[in-house]
Design a protein around this ligand. Structure first.
Ligand SMILES: Nc1ncnc2c1ncn2[C@@H]1O[C@H](COP(=O)(O)OP(=O)(O)O)[C@@H](O)[C@H]1O
Ligand SMILES: [Mg+2]
Length: 316
């Protein structure tokens, strides 16, 4: 197994509230894992436990083979953590900020200068080297914060909502940066409360709701899991009575009365329970039956539909 982050039965209780309930995760080295869930789902709690800042009530986790419970110092050395809250650093210039964190990681003075230049170039902030941190835009602050997590060249990045609160352009910049970091070989575990925002850069996704992981895998696999119930629209030449009669007799199809009311005259909409093979067979049977099919389409779930289906709006 090449899982670089391994989580087993992680549980965190705050008094009577179970913030995290028996979480299991396995994240492959070099992958980008999106940890998605609404506010209060338990994302930050998970990340604080993985970064050894918070003790779980029960369960274990390993990062690069190191136990978060037994080897926290080793864990800290292999991870870079970007918290969801950017601290205030009065009267500190951008380069001083990075220099401060590099010094915390015992990076020698001699190499710090060139390292800071490299980091600033990576996050596209070279032109702000001598600016004050508090004068930066929110997007720039996020990028600076990301640069800081890279100071000790960690293998694993744990980023808590790196794109939250940013305007669309700044979000795209963060996304590009994550891609670049992935290309550098980093494993990235990051959270977001918006699925569509992150889906295209993730190799894997976990969806968490009220402390419980409700789905995980590739986005395609997650969509597939939900696709037991599909909605199909078929358009035919002329009258729809023959199609309706055909569908009424088909065991995997069922006509959805009200949903057909607002459709054009020659379109029928129906529910289908079956996989792609069964669906293509249904279409073939329809045509063999002499039904003149003009188009046959599945109504696609967009990402937010997927998310809404999985997270039923349960909040603590
Ligand atoms: N220190 C704490 N004491 C009590 N409850 C907490 C504490 N930290 C978080 N919680 C609760 O745990 C749940 C999960 O929170 P959190 O991990 O911050 O969620 P997310 O990051 O997904 O928004 C929430 O219901 C939150 O109110
Ligand atoms: Mg959070």
């Amino acid at each position: 197994m090449s899982a670089i982050i391994e989580v087993k039965g992680l549980t965190k209780r705050y008094g009577r509230l179970t913030a995290l309930n028996d979480l299991n995760l396995s994240i492959e080295q070099g992958s980008v894992y999106g940890f998605i869930g609404p506010n209060g789902a338990g994302k930050t709690t998970t990340m604080r436990i993985l970064t050894t800042l918070l003790k779980p009530t029960s369960g274990e986790a390993w990062i690069a083979g190191y136990s978060i419970l037994k080897e926290p110092r080793n864990v800290r050395r292999v991870i870079g953590y970007m918290p969801d809250f950017f601290g205030v650093y009065d009267d500190m210039k951008v380069w001083e900020y990075l220099d401060f964190f590099a010094a915390c990681y015992d990076i020698p003075l001699m190499t710090r200068q060139s390292m800071i230049d490299d980091l600033l170039a990576l996050v596209d902030l070279s032109h702000k080297k001598d600016a004050y941190v508090e004068s930066l835009s929110r997007g720039m602050k996020q990028r600076l914060c990301l640069a800081r997590t890279l100071a000790h060249d960690p293998e694993v990045l744990i980023l808590d909502e790196p794109a939250s609160g940013l305007d669309p352009r700044a979000r795209i910049e963060i996304r590009e940066l994550l891609r670049e970091l992935k290309n550098m070989g980093k494993t990235i575990f990051f959270s977001s409360h918006i699925l569509s925002e992150v889906a295209d850069i993730c190799d894997s996704i976990g969806i968490i709701e009220a402390g419980t992981l409700v789905a995980h895998g590739s986005l395609e696999a997650i969509k597939q899991q939900l696709r037991t119930h599909r909605i199909i629209q078929v358009r035919v030449l002329g009258d729809t009575t023959p199609v309706k009669e055909f569908l009424l007799r088909h065991e995997l199809a069922s006509l959805n009365g009200e949903a057909n009311d607002d459709l054009p005259e020659n379109v029928v909409r129906f529910d289908f329970v079956g996989d792609d093979v069964a669906m293509s067979q249904l279409l073939r049977e329809m045509i063999n039956h002499g039904i003149q099919v003009v188009s046959f389409t599945e109504e696609s779930d967009d990402l937010e539909d997927v998310f809404m289906k999985l997270t039923k709006g349960v909040v603590h």
